[in-house]
Design a protein around this ligand. Sequence first.
Ligand code: NAD
Ligand code: AHE
Ligand code: ZN
Length: 374
Amino acid sequence: LGSKVITCRAAVAWAPKEPLSLETVEVAPPKAGEVRIKVLATGVCHTDAYTLNGHDPEGLFPCILGHEGGGLVESVGEGVTHLAPGDHVVPLYIPQCYDCKFCKSPKTNLCGRIRSTQGAGVMPDGTSRFTCKGKSVFHFMGCSTFCEYTVVSEFSICKVDPEAPLDKVCLLGCGISTGYGAALNTADVQPGSSVAIWGLGAVGLAVAMGCRERGAARVIGVDINPDKFEAGKPFGITEFVNPKEQERPIQQVLTELTDGGLDYTFECIGNVHTMRAALESCHKGWGVSTILGVAAAGQEISTRPFQLVTGRVWKGCAFGGWKSRDAVPQLVQKYMQKKLMVDEFVTFNFPLDQINEAFKVMHEGKALRSVVNL
Ligand code: NAD
Ligand code: AHE
Ligand code: ZN
């Protein structure tokens, strides 16, 4: 099959704000330096919805969304030696080429090798591997996992333990690794500290999991959906505050509740107002606030410079700060050794033709993660 076009099913995003449409698509063979994957499972992340709603300045249509996948190598293009057909793999929206300025720096997990073509919805040679009804269809985040087969750069994929269930470890391709890594790598949460997390979705609860592992004394969940408190307890949420139930600004409520403010806060929503609240709820002198939420182009954060002058630190995080191809196989091992929760994040499973349901239950706040089985 390696050199043949594969005809298969995909959930295509034809236009912003329109439901995904089940279509027959053609997937071209991998070119040099590329890998074609048979996708077996994919999570649905809020970022897929962010782009589908037309908020993503890099969102191009028609496209195949999805960036939290797991599958098997179907074929490799010329020059690809580190993977072979049958390998169990997770696609990576932050690649690792080991050769660019970013990969050579210990300060970041970003990789610059293919970011410009990835943001343009095409493969490194500037073209797409997908067609549908005679039209070219864009790639997404270098992954496009809402399709039975996808093609990715050899830099955007890692081999994982074949014993690991792909319909679970697909979630290590984004949300869980992001939140967990933010606590460990970006904020470096210290034992005994106080933490507040805005947005108790899969990302926020993965942050909680990391904070608990680091021995945080208090992990306060902040969410406007009261159901999230019960849901958050198994992941390490120890207290819950619903801003809707407070008369005063949440910053005041939390500062009083924690003797001056939090040692660490995290924003896992994508709302510039809660980003400000998260920063201003940090403790004077040392509080660190980490932004994980994705906000659209044109959205800007603001605060009084005095907040920073008096020692608060505002930072951000992509994919948990993990250098992707090094870290994801290790995170899979940690899960296999039962040292990392993954199963508990799966709320629903859907077949590909019900993928729009997965978006619906996420928006309704009923799901941490839905996994689509292909
Ligand atoms: P989700 O939709 O599952 O969870 C969002 C949570 O925020 C929900 O529980 C919702 O009730 C809560 N919420 C919404 N508005 C709120 C408000 N005003 N105050 C308090 N709580 C509020 O989303 P997710 O999949 O967990 O993703 C969360 C965010 O992280 C999104 O913006 C997503 O795009 C982003 N994200 C970023 C990265 C990264 O690498 N930086 C990775 C994955 C996801
Ligand atoms: N195209 C989007 C990018 C938004 C964004 O920040 N994406 C995150 C991952 S969210 C995964 O659910 C990220 O890691 N970005 C790093 C990068 O290189 O884009 C926009 O808004 O422009
Ligand atoms: Zn994501």
